[in-house]
Write a new protein. Structure first.
Length: 251
């Protein structure tokens, strides 16, 4: 039985990687899904796999007007809103000395400010349907530090704390807020990190070795937890920070 029948979800960063995989998984479980991102062509390609229960909205989560528009279009199209997956993110590598002010600001604009603005914007719609689930894509680097990840790790740590605060503040509304912390998942973003390394093959080996399970993650490794958190099966789960990391944090 589909676990998300009659649910409506927004997924940001839905054109590729984890966001795309999760959007498709939510749709397979019966949800109507708004796919959000900056690249219209990629969103439309994902929407074709879903069919009539998909809505494509090209938007920048760092811009409040775009956020208000995508929430309004979702509610107008599907009649409500139950699930938000904040997946859009950027990564600029570097130490605190190497990161530029522009890179720092860009990281926090997307990873934190956009997540905050969109989460805030969906609250009234979720209250109208009696509650909902907000799923924030954090990272193991929001828990553990790493070399040359000063801005990224700091932003994901902020996501984790915002998740906990929102969970406390909105529990009485029936709105659950949880964070998923992936390990190193193979996406376009992480492929770029490896590609830019001085020795890409050595970089891949090093990252693989950091995961006791013996391989890097795939976007599909994240979807099971995402569907669970979106569904009523997780009705007593809020404020949780859940790692899907191949054992990375156990080392």
């Amino acid at each position: 039985m589909a676990r998300l029948v009659n649910k409506v979800a927004i997924v940001t960063g839905a054109g590729s990687g984890i966001g795309r995989a999760c959007a498709l998984a939510l749709a397979r479980e019966g949800a109507s899904v708004t796919l959000v991102g900056r690249r219209q062509d990629r969103l439309e390609a994902a929407a074709e796999q879903i069919g009539k229960s998909a809505l494509v909205v090209s938007a920048d989560v760092g811009i409040k007007a775009d956020i208000d528009r995508l929430v309004a279009q979702t509610v107008a199209r599907f009649g409500g809103l139950h699930v938000l997956m904040n997946n859009a993110g950027v990564l600029h590598a570097g130490t605190c000395e190497q990161i530029t002010e522009q890179q720092w600001d860009a990281t926090f604009t997307v990873n934190v400010r956009g997540l905050w603005l969109l989460s805030r914007a969906v609250l009234p719609a979720m209250r109208r349907v009696g509650g909902g689930s907000i799923i924030n894509m954090a990272s193991v680097l929001g828990i553990n530090g790493a070399r040359k990840r000063a801005a990224y790790a700091a932003s994901k740590g902020a996501v984790i704390q915002l998740t906990k605060c929102m969970a406390i503040d909105h529990a009485a509304d029936g709105i659950r807020v949880n964070a998923i912390c992936p390990g190193f998942v193979e996406t376009e973003l992480t492929a770029d990190v490896i590609r830019k390394a001085p020795d890409p093959e050595a970089s891949r080996r090093e990252r693989t070795a950091a995961h006791p399970i013996g391989r890097l993650g795939q976007p599909e490794d994240i979807v099971g937890l995402a569907v669970y958190l979106a569904s009523e099966e997780s009705a007593w789960v809020t404020g949780a920070v859940l790692a899907v990391d191949g054992g990375y944090l156990a080392v």
